[in-house]
Ligand binder design. Structure first.
Ligand SMILES: C[S@@+](CC[C@H](N)C(=O)[O-])C[C@H]1O[C@@H](n2cnc3c(N)ncnc32)[C@H](O)[C@@H]1O
Length: 448
């Protein structure tokens, strides 16, 4: 695979599968990359094309609609090819328009008939000649944000109702930026200084992270293929997620339950901070995901992780009351904090999904509550920014569990920069604060 038009065809196929809801963008992209044995440069272009076109899907539709007859519906794959091409013309300055148009027409010829390739040619040349429409004709300010940043209207409205319209705009705009790649250092095996030198030798340019004390920030290179990764010196993880284990603050004397643990990012961090001592019992619903936790523990050299398949909603019966001094519920959630990594989330999740998730989250918390020792800590976290799944779930839990209270010491365990955002034992990070994922952490104490 070396010709860029082939990469575009692969990107087109990937986008078609994602649109048909046959796969999540991140998983599909990984399997496509492996299947086609792409080199690093092609992987970069493919990722940019697929994620970029998906991230801007609705904006691209708006642009395209100005160049297509209202009553004539395009075949789905033709529409996707056009969006992929417009994405490159608008957002990728290094690729000349004529190259984009030439390659789109070649793909159209190969997949369709002459009529389709002339249609594709006509539309793209029209855009090249006339330029794209602006957003001035959209009068409703929420609709304008929705189209300009390609987020569904209901989501923009919800964020604007909660945080104000300017904050909602910021929340939408940051989601169009590629995420910063960060990794967590395994202090059981290396130090920050040594790891940075080692990575440099492997061609990775990295520096100390901005927020978490455990983080390095990758400026150039692919960590997943390094010896440092294979040898368990680091774990690829967002900085916001790294704050969860710090919030739990487990030590060697603790027995920890991580109720929703796969693929093991937080379990392994907790186990590292316990220096490989004590015990972390890690649950996940799916057996195949439990395997991932075990693989992580093995790679990082952690002997104190015991992973098993179990529905956390049944954990209350599977363990003894007050068996754990620290319990983490890193709950299944809508994932609106990670839209930059999984753009399809913003189109596939619906308002009803949020309420369903909120009930599951509360069920899990209710189930594990009796397992927390008196004086112990229960941390609840999600990678979403929805109040209904975060603050509301915690408040409901506290209402029905008077033996728990907000842990007002949480701020002390958080990095100084994050402290102003901690309120009453809860921290909500939005991606535009520090460039991390959107993430929520609540720490609760069981009264003695
Ligand atoms: C946010 S992810 C956890 C990420 C993990 N803590 C980490 O840091 O790598 C939520 C996990 O909960 C699992 N899950 C969903 N429902 C569950 C349930 N009822 N009981 C246990 N695990 C569940 C999912 O399979 C998923 O792996």
């Amino acid at each position: 695979m070396s010709k860029s038009s082939n990469v575009r065809e692969v990107a087109l196929d990937a986008l078609i599968s994602i649109e048909k809801n046959q796969a999540y963008s991140n998983l599909l992209l990984n399997s496509v990359i492996n299947k086609h044995h792409l080199n690093e440069k092609d992987v970069g272009l493919l990722t940019e094309l697929v994620y970029g076109t998906l991230q801007r899907r609705d904006t691209l539709s708006y642009y395209l609609s100005a160049f297509t007859a209202k009553n004539k519906k395009l075949e789905k794959w033709v529409e996707t090819l056009l969006k992929l091409s417009i994405y490159q013309m608008v957002y990728l300055e290094r690729i000349p328009d004529r190259a984009v148009i030439f390659e789109a027409v070649e793909i159209a010829k190969k997949r369709g008939h002459k009529g389709i390739s002339s249609l594709v040619n006509g539309i793209l040349r029209g855009i090249q000649r006339n330029g794209l429409p602006n957003f001035d004709s959209i009068k409703d300010p929420l609709e304008k944000i929705s189209v300009e940043t390609s987020h569904p209207y209901w989501l923009v409205k919800q964020w604007a109702d909660e945080a104000g319209i300017e904050e909602a705009r910021r929340m939408c705009e940051i989601n169009l930026q590629p995420p910063i790649q960060t990794a967590r250092i395994n202090r059981m095996r290396t130090t920050m200084a040594d790891l940075l030198v080692l990575l440099e030798q492997e061609g990775i340019s990295a520096e100390k992270g901005d927020l978490s004390q455990d983080s390095i920030k990758i400026l150039k290179g692919n960590l997943a293929r390094t010896a440092a990764f294979k040898n368990g010196l680091l774990t690829i993880q967002d900085e916001s997620s790294m704050l969860t284990a710090r919030a739990l603050n487990a030590s060697q004397e603790d027995k920890v339950l991580d109720a929703c643990a796969a693929p093991g990012g937080k379990t392994s961090h907790i186990a590292e901070l316990m220096d490989g001592q004590g015990k972390v019992v890690s649950l996940d619903l799916h057996e195949h995901k439990v395997k991932l936790i075990k693989e992580q523990a093995e790679r990082l050299g952690l002997q104190n992780v015991d992973a098993k398949a179990m529905d956390a909603r049944l954990a209350g019966e599977a363990f003894q009351k007050e068996e754990f001094s620290k319990v983490l519920v890193d709950a299944p959630c809508s994932g609106f904090g990670v839209i930059r990594r999984k753009p399809d989330i913003k189109y596939t999740k619906k308002p009803g999904d949020i309420s369903k998730l909120a009930s599951i989250q509360l069920e899990i918390l209710n189930s594990v509550a009796p397992l927390v020792k008196k004086g112990g800590t229960l941390v609840y976290s999600t990678c979403t920014i929805e109040r209904e799944e975060n603050k509301d779930v915690v408040n409901k839990f506290l209402e029905s569990h008077p033996q728990f209270e907000a842990d007002t010491d949480l701020a002390e365990r958080m990095p100084e920069k994050a402290r102003p955002f901690v309120k009453n034992g809860q921290l909500q990070l939005l991606p535009h604060y520090f460039g991390t994922d959107g993430f929520f952490i609540a720490s609760l104490k069981r009264k003695v």
